[in-house]
Design a protein around this ligand. Structure first.
Ligand code: CO8
Length: 300
């Protein structure tokens, strides 16, 4: 799954363990102008890095709903890793190129009727994505320009700042309970760290999807702006965060997030086992199938 010459993600030094970026290479002649823009794109995600500003734009472009399939998650982790290892990149804005949808969350078809091996690979990829994003040294801003249930909400929650388009038709939340499944402890921890225990407890038990204005009131998103102003606002927020010295901000971020990251790292294999035993129960498979049928019926 890794491009040639790139170590598998699990073998690399985790971002949250690095105090700061390595110093500039002595081999690079000083004063050489950097290429202003560099982009790379794969099937599911488009990334454009402006090397002068140090800001990358990451756009999800996986039709129809940016569901987090194994392929998507793998591309996401690799893209984050590439940016993390690029000294020219200090921040990333994450948004969607699909109208009205930020991300529909984990791809439910990856959790239905598959083998144990597949569930293991899929869940490891979900964990990897979260460890990379939540533990990123970069400034991460989510520009939520559409609905963002479950795993989509997790992506936004894992960023440093969330700006959402002020459209009440767009909703966000960890709605797992509505599917008859349970958000894993690290989804819950990430949620609690953003909105606090009481709001998280109620919202998780009810599997609430909060329309944008309500999400803002609850602190689930930091700001609402008219849709056409979203990217401008995200760039302004990014500039504000990048005005600080990287090392101080990074160490502070590590201090705030390390305990939650370490908890998954310490229980990673156990978490995979729990996922497999939960998802392979016939009752859970039935709930997921019914939910997918409901989505299809709603459409017709
Ligand atoms: N996975 C797979 N397929 C999906 C998903 C998904 N998450 N969401 C939508 N689709 C499919 C639909 O079935 C439909 O397929 P088809 O065209 O073949 O009928 C297609 O995408 C388009 O969907 P819609 O017609 O519903 O598109 P809309 O624009 O009307 O609505 C929404 C978009 C709002 C995103 C809507 O599709 C929706 O609500 N989707 C479900 C979102 C959801 O509940 N996701 C939760 C996933 S679970 C998760 O992320 C965390 C699980 C944690 C694991 C816990 C341990 C077991």
């Amino acid at each position: 799954l890794c491009p040639p010459g790139v170590l598998p993600l699990c073998c690399r030094l985790p971002a949250w363990d690095r105090a700061s970026r390595p110093p500039p290479s002595p081999l690079q002649p000083p004063g050489l102008p950097l290429a202003p823009c560099r982009s790379f794109s794969n099937n599911k995600i488009q990334v454009e890095l402006n090397e002068s500003s140090g800001v990358a734009m990451m756009k999800f472009k996986s039709l129809p709903v940016n569901s987090l399939s194994l392929e998507f998650l793998t591309e996401f982790s690799i893209s984050l890793e590439k940016l993390e290892n690029n000294r020219a990149c200090r921040g990333v804005i994450i948004t969607s190129a699909v109208p009205k949808i930020f991300s529909s969350g984990l791809d439910i078809t990856e959790m239905c009727g598959k083998s144990m091996e597949h569930y293991t690979e899929f869940w490891r990829a979900v964990q990897e994505m979260w460890l990379r994003l939540y533990g990123s040294n970069m400034v991460t801003v989510a520009a939520v320009n559409g609905s963002s249930p479950a795993g989509g909400c997790l992506v936004a929650l894992s960023c440093d700042y969330r700006i959402m388009a002020e459209n009440p038709k767009f909703s966000i939340g960890l709605n797992e309970a509505q599917l008859g499944i349970v958000a894993p402890f690290w989804f819950k921890d990430t949620f609690v760290n953003v909105v606090g225990h009481r709001v998280a407890e109620r919202s998780l038990q009810l599997g609430s999807l909060h329309p944008a204005p309500e999400a803002h009131k609850l602190g689930l998103v930091d700001e609402l702006v008219p849709e056409e102003k979203l990217m401008e606002k995200a760039a302004a927020v990014m500039a504000q965060w990048l005005a600080l010295p990287d090392h101080a901000r990074q160490l502070t971020k590590t201090m705030m997030r390390k305990a939650v990251l370490d908890r998954l790292v310490a229980h990673r294999e156990e978490d995979i086992k729990n996922f497999i035993s939960f998802v392979s129960k016939e009752s859970i498979q039935k709930s997921l199938r019914m939910y997918m049928e409901m989505l299809k019926k709603r459409k017709s």
